[in-house]
Design a protein. Structure first.
Ligand code: SAT
Ligand code: MN
Length: 588
């Protein structure tokens, strides 16, 4: 007798009509075979899916060039299909589930013809974790199968675990014919189901990532009493060897990965990485908040990554284990057959092919690597992986950091007065947009908790859930706000960032440990300059003050913008959030 899982796969195959169905076992041998298939058989736009890079300098590394229209998340084609529109909220595109399915059924009819359907069994989270989830994704491209094997815990055991139950998260993915007009990423939270067609790009196609671990999982968390967040997880070790665990939310392409792999500039400090993108936060038996990273890899932005900005990431990329390392839409040095991107160390190679496969002309003014070109690499290759990484329980979180990319207004760091105030600060956070999504870059948008594109339900209910969680956590973490991106009169970043950010984290740890006081401002607590270790930095006094300046006029404008944003949610917005806004206005 076929299991529920087998029946489900069969049913999807009847619709999509692949030539073959291949059940992945997650083995190393299989990954090699999939890469071979990507090199020799499958094609995108007439090009092979993978090509081999220089194995001496970049061990086990492969190059992938996407369809030229398929380079980032497509938020306008991403839908959350609750039965009613209000549950999806103004923060999501909504379509009636039946209508969405009818639409996708039509588009999917025969979409895998001539291709192989790969069945990917995986868990998000350690299989022994009480917080992990069991999942199946179907896909018709080796690139996605290999990427999922890096990013998740994939293996045959998952199939045994599912047995004949229906209790697994389902993902159906096909690249279709890459037609943007037939591209959709549809979520069905009531059914734990994601259906994606027309794109092979990470956030649209690796369905365990944003689609499940944030959009669907955030809704599960709301029902089950936990949080799925767009956060890194790190352990900060001080010179005495004490490790403080912190989770931090920043919008896509705002330096999360750099923070997660930071090589601190202050002697004696170390940063241990547990995750660079997603955290699942549960309340432990001890009344503290515990975090696990559901993923097992980094899908990071390549441009700007170098031995100067993120040495630990370069080491990770070059570590070469049995996991392949993928580079997508970077440029390629055609002499050395190596990946290249703007900001990489060393001289610009003489002969480069750009991300679209054309010979690159340095005076053309174009970028050789796509600004959202990416690497996919196993976290296990990181020299700074935390010893707690595989702990099924996760790690206890002492602080939550929210951050955005703001050239003005927002100070380098600011501590919230309490949980409710912190939730309000997170809810009102704004950030300048980046190349991680296909929209205009550099405009300010409100991006609460860096979750605007990823919250799978009405954000008013989400804020309420955060407030409720706060009441249930006996020892809630302190909440902080950071902004590495404030600029001077000439438009240059004031704060050096990267490894120097440890100075900001040190202040945060000193605050948690109640070692120092702080200066009260209308928006929260900022450092007394004397408590910050600024030794060896060369920032002029004016600019230094600017880093912590809270300009009343600018903040009044900020509250107006926040008010307009929050008003979209109407009566559903918890009154605590409005109370915090009024209190802030009064303090200003
Ligand atoms: O959405 S992705 O996972 O592809 C990357 C990001 O935007 O954070
Ligand atoms: Mn992200």
């Amino acid at each position: 007798m076929a299991t529920s899982l087998e029946k489900w796969v069969e049913k999807q195959a009847e619709l999509t009509k692949p030539d073959k169905i291949y059940w992945c076992d997650g083995s190393e041998k299989e990954a090699r075979k999939l890469i071979e298939i990507g090199i020799n058989e499958e094609k995108i736009n007439g090009n092979p899916i993978f090509s081999k890079l220089n194995q001496d300098n970049w061990p086990n590394a492969y190059y992938h060039r996407s369809h030229p229209t398929d380079v980032a998340r497509t938020e306008h084609l991403t839908f959350v299909c609750h039965p009613d529109k209000e549950t999806a909220g103004p923060n999501n595109n909504w379509m009636d589930p039946n209508e969405a399915k009818a639409k996708l059924t039509k588009l999917s009819d025969g979409c895998m013809r001539g291709r192989t359907m790969y069945v990917l069994p995986y868990t998000m989270g350690h299989p022994d974790s009480p917080y992990s989830k069991t999942c199946i994704q179907l896909t018709d491209v080796s690139y996605v199968a290999v990427s999922m094997r890096i990013m998740t815990r994939m293996g045959k055991k998952v199939i045994d675990k599912i047995g004949n139950s229906e209790n697994f998260v389902k993902g159906l993915h096909s690249v279709g014919d890459f037609d943007q007009n037939k591209r959709f990423v549809m979520h069905f939270p009531q059914e734990n189901f994601v259906w994606s067609i027309g794109s092979g790009y990470g956030g649209n196609a690796l369905l365990g990532k944003k689609c499940f671990s944030l959009r669907i999982a955030s809704y599960q968390g709301k029902k089950e009493g936990w949080l799925a967040e767009h956060m890194i997880i790190i352990g900060i070790e001080d010179p005495q060897g004490k490790i403080t665990y912190v989770a931090a939310a920043l919008p896509s392409a705002c330096g999360k990965t750099n923070l997660a792999l930071m090589q601190p500039s202050l002697p004696g400090y170390k940063i241990w990485v547990l995750g660079d993108d997603i955290a699942w936060l549960n309340i432990g038996e001890d009344g503290r908040l515990w975090a696990i990273n559901p993923e097992t890899g980094f899908f990071g932005v390549a441009p700007g990554t170098s031995m100067k900005t993120n040495p630990n990431m370069i080491r990770t990329l070059k570590a070469g284990t049995f996991f392949p390392t993928l580079f997508t839409n970077t440029a390629v040095d055609t002499d050395k057959i190596e990946p290249w991107w703007e900001g990489l160390d060393g001289e610009i190679p003489k002969n480069l092919t750009d991300w679209q496969g054309n010979k690159w002309d340095p005076v053309s003014g174009t970028k050789a690597a796509h600004p959202n070109s990416r690497f996919t690499v196993s976290i296990t290759q990181s020299p700074t992986i935390s010893k707690e990484y595989n702990n099924p329980k996760g790690v206890p979180i002492s602080a939550i950091i929210f951050g955005g990319k703001r050239s003005t207004t927002v100070p380098l760091i600011c501590e919230s007065f309490n949980w409710q105030h912190g939730v309000f600060s997170g809810a009102s956070m704004g950030s300048e947009t980046t190349a991680a999504a296909t929209s205009k870059v550099g405009v300010l948008r409100r991006d609460p908790m860096a979750m605007l594109p990823f919250c799978g339900y009405n954000m008013a209910d989400y804020f309420k859930h955060w407030l409720d969680m706060g009441k249930r956590i006996k020892n809630p973490p302190s909440i902080f706000f950071v902004n590495w991106f404030r600029t001077d009169d000439k438009g240059k970043f004031i704060w050096p960032g990267f490894g120097e950010n440890i100075r900001v984290l040190k202040w945060l740890i000193d605050r948690i440990n109640k070692k120092i006081s702080a200066k009260e401002t209308p928006i929260g607590l900022v450092p007394n300059l004397s408590d910050l270790n600024l030794e060896g930095l060369n920032i002029d006094k004016n600019n230094l003050e600017k880093l912590f300046e809270v300009d009343s006029q600018k903040w009044q404008e900020e509250t107006e913008d926040t008010k307009t944003f929050l008003e979209q949610f109407g009566d559903r917005m918890p009154k605590e959030i409005w109370n915090e806004l009024s209190a802030l206005k009064k303090r200003l």
